[in-house]
Ligand binder design. Sequence first.
Ligand SMILES: NC(=O)c1ccc[n+]([C@@H]2O[C@H](COP(=O)([O-])OP(=O)(O)OC[C@H]3O[C@@H](n4cnc5c(N)ncnc54)[C@H](OP(=O)(O)O)[C@@H]3O)[C@@H](O)[C@H]2O)c1
Length: 289
Amino acid sequence: MSKIAFLGLGRMGSPMAARLAAADHELRTWNRTPRPELVPPRALESATPAAAADGAEVVITMLADADALGGVLRGEQGIFAAAPRGCVLIDMSTIGPLAARAVAREAQAAGLDFLDAPVSGSVPAATDGSLVAMVGGCAETLRRVQPVLAAITRAQLHLGPSGAGAAMKVALNLMLAVVNQSIAETLALAAGAGIAREDAYDVLAGGALAAPYVGYKRAAFVDPANAPVAFSVDLMRKDVGLGLELAREAGVDVGVGSAAALLLDRARAAGLGGRDVSSVLELLAPAGG
Ligand SMILES: NC(=O)c1ccc[n+]([C@@H]2O[C@H](COP(=O)([O-])OP(=O)(O)OC[C@H]3O[C@@H](n4cnc5c(N)ncnc54)[C@H](OP(=O)(O)O)[C@@H]3O)[C@@H](O)[C@H]2O)c1
């Protein structure tokens, strides 16, 4: 049992915090917008990031982006001001490798051990603990916190020094955006040929290109107008931007990933930024489809 501070009770963070509390860890939570209904049983809600981190052995952040993370780390009420030396800070948000390496340096200066550990999997995997963590940082630090991560992830893949987990995650999400767009394009093409959306989806989910993502997005793609938000267009566009930044740095041509950014930009311009990523299908439906 560890003393854990968990910051960020969003769509992903809230089920992750619930799993940590259910695994009998001593948990304090903090969210920018107070959400008492999301604080798990037996966990304590803190008024500031510093209050949550005070005395913690492990601090986990699951926030929207690098700016949000910076805000909770720095300043008088931030994590760096209060987390004890030797505490392990694990950022599980998707922030990209540049930001992850910068945070690693700041954490080291504050006497903390840092892991970037963003995850693959969406809200269902956060709920049933089957997320996969892509980890950058010291292997020994990962070994120390593995029992904590095991409560919220089914695998913790160590990929290299600080920033390696963050880099893998944005590379992966470039692929996710492309797959998401391909599903939408295939369904739109099928609709244009008069094929019912459900029938086309049976082919996608039952054929050679079936993947867990194709399977669990079925209801969202069959009826995007009513799909609950699992992963928003805004967050996917943020990740694609980080992926394109990584590609520029590495000198890799990612033409398909660049096309995915264009469709997501169209979706945001059409007011779909806060909607689930399946809503891109609404931009592609053929006339009358
Ligand atoms: N959803 C997915 O399927 C999925 C899958 C894998 C990874 N991710 C990544 O995981 C992270 C969280 O995603 P999510 O879907 O849980 O997002 P979300 O539901 O939008 O939640 C975002 C969280 O960040 C907080 N936040 C936003 N801006 C902030 C700021 N300036 N200062 C402090 N807190 C701030 C929000 O607090 P408030 O409640 O106050 O707004 C909320 O707790 C993102 O980096 C995302 O890319 C998401």
